[in-house]
Write a protein that binds this ligand. Structure first.
Ligand code: 5AD
Ligand code: SF4
Length: 496
């Protein structure tokens, strides 16, 4: 623990009244010689890409150092954290779950909504104490928020040592090996070819592995920051993906989840997403295949056909809708009408019996009238999604919609959100209770969180199922009779 006597300038700054102002209101703090620092290429604010090498000295000294990464946001970010751990491993860095023990502390961040960014800034203010306690500890921000705010971040958080955008992770080992770490380093060049296909991620243990199939997004929905922070769409070559999945099967993983911002737009030049699904289904040991998130406009007949004909492809689809008013969809530039989306759901449901559906909804998009909102509400009631992720619109600087300003108060957005949450809660409960009396196949993940001695896993429809433990082990597929259900969980009894 630090004492008053070893307080360094950062700590004394943290104890000063400026600090809370900094976190709450982004008040700039006198920088520490930063102008030169951002500077790998200060003209553009973008760094030059560094070679993928390790310094000789670093290799010689290869003692184990510890890296702590906290991940915010989507599954893509979780997968990127695993990727970064894999990238650092050959350079002598092991992961730790304890920030106080780490030599390098990183926050892998999300920029999708303002709330996510505020959370990260608060956490950063909290973690900076480790720099004060242990000289030499490096604190960095990586991911979408790092890309979004780039060097401006150093005004808000002058104590940062590293700012790394989603396409700049290859730079990290080189930056860490540099002797002079006095100046913060910013690596935020977007790279339309970067797929990290050469890296073996260090994955969390479990039965399910997340595999990034494509990165970036070319859709530019008017509310969304993703295309600006993750760059252009690009796919990992099919053979590299299949090789990864074969390895995963050999390691005992049973389920693979392909990830991508618009994952069904996957195309490596020769093969499309349906090819990827079919070829993956042929890999022995992999029992289930999922993917997230597809874009409705990229949901080709070939992909639907692959879902329908490959039993390993689970009958579950997350199909973001965002809104069900054509006026709003058009202003969002989503690329489909409500009628086209509804027809797609019909085709999917006809092709894949028992298909479970989830979605994303945004309420309070600029210009959303009460009638538009009602249309979304009614459409959700009609489609009856199994679950939904529902958000209040958050204006993101740099997007097209940002320029339109907000047209609704936070209170009104909150009211609309609560209405659809209540609707969805009711529908999820009703659909789950309809499964009572059915037997579902559960891929066992491990002990249930709440009930001692019980096991938990997911059904093919991606519903959480808990049941009293028997001889089943993680990775087993167990038939479970559903005996009761809530909006979030099915409760059952193993049939063997
Ligand atoms: N405000 C609110 N929600 C957003 N999303 C993306 N951008 C915003 C924003 N600016 C939601 C969309 C997307 C999900 C991942 O996040 O619903 O599908
Ligand atoms: Fe954002 Fe639209 Fe791309 Fe999804 S498809 S990541 S919402 S721009």
């Amino acid at each position: 623990m630090s004492t008053e006597s070893n307080i360094d300038p950062i700590r004394s700054y943290l104890l000063s009244p400026h600090y809370s102002l900094l976190v709450a209101h982004n008040v700039p703090f006198p920088p520490r010689g930063r102008n030169e620092a951002i500077a790998l290429d200060s003209q553009s604010g973008y760094n030059k890409k560094l070679p993928h090498t390790t310094s000789k000295r670093h290799e010689d000294l290869m003692d184990t150092r510890k890296v702590y990464i906290e991940t915010y946001g989507c599954q893509m970010n979780l997968a990127d954290t695993e990727l970064l751990l894999g990238l650092l491993k050959p350079h002598g860095y092991e992961p730790t779950q304890v920030a106080a023990q780490a030599d390098v502390i990183l926050l892998n961040t999300c920029a999708i909504r303002e709330h996510a960014e505020e959370k990260v800034m608060r956490r950063l203010g909290n973690l900076v104490r480790y720099k004060a306690q242990r000289p030499g500890v490096l604190l960095g921000l990586m991911g979408c928020m790092a890309q979004h705010h780039r060097e401006k971040l150093l005004d808000k958080a002058p104590f940062l040592d590293l700012v790394l955008g989603p396409d700049a992770y290859h730079n990290l080992p080189v930056l860490l090996a540099q002797e002079d770490k006095d100046e913060p380093l910013v690596a935020v060049r977007l790279d339309r070819d970067e797929t990290y296909a050469d890296i073996s991620p260090v994955r969390a243990e479990g039965v399910r592995a997340w595999v990034t199939a494509m990165r970036g997004c070319d859709k530019f929905c008017t509310f969304c920051i993703v295309p600006y922070v993750r760059g252009r769409e690009r796919s990992v070559p099919l053979d590299a993906l299949l090789e990864q999945v074969r390895e995963l099967a050999a390691q005992g993983y049973k389920e693979v989840v392909y990830l991508g911002q618009t994952v069904n737009a996957y195309h490596d030049g020769d093969c499309d997403f349906s090819d990827l699904l079919r070829r993956t289904a042929a890999i022995e040991g992999i029992e289930r295949i999922r993917f997230t998130s597809p874009h409705p406009s990229d949901m080709s007949e070939r992909v639907i056909e692959a879902m329908a004909t490959c039993p390993k492809v689970a009958p579950y689809l997350h199909l973001p809708l965002q809104a069900a008013s054509n006026r709003v969809l058009e202003r969002m530039e989503r690329g489909y009408t409500v009628e086209q989306y509804a027809a797609l759901v019909e085709r999917l449901r006809a092709a894949v019996p028992g298909l479970a559906l989830s979605t994303d909804i945004i309420v309070g998009f600029p210009g959303e009238e009460e009638a538009d909102f009602r249309a979304t509400y009614d459409f959700m009631a009609e489609i009856r999604y199994d679950s939904a992720f529902m958000f209040k619109y958050s204006a993101r600087e740099g997007t097209k919609a940002y320029k339109w300003g907000e047209t609704l108060s936070e209170e009104e957005k909150g009211r609309r959100l609560q209405e659809i949450i209540a609707l969805q809660e009711r529908i999820s409960g009703e659909l789950n209770r309809q499964t009572i009396g059915q037997t579902v196949e559960v891929l066992v993940e491990g002990p249930a969180k709440r009930q001692k001695g019980w096991l938990a896993g997911k059904s093919g429809q991606f519903k959480t199922v808990v049941f009293p433990g028997n001889s089943a082990r993680p990775g087993d597929l167990v038939p479970v009779l559903v005996v009761s259900a809530t909006a979030h969980t099915l409760v059952g009894e193993a049939r063997r």
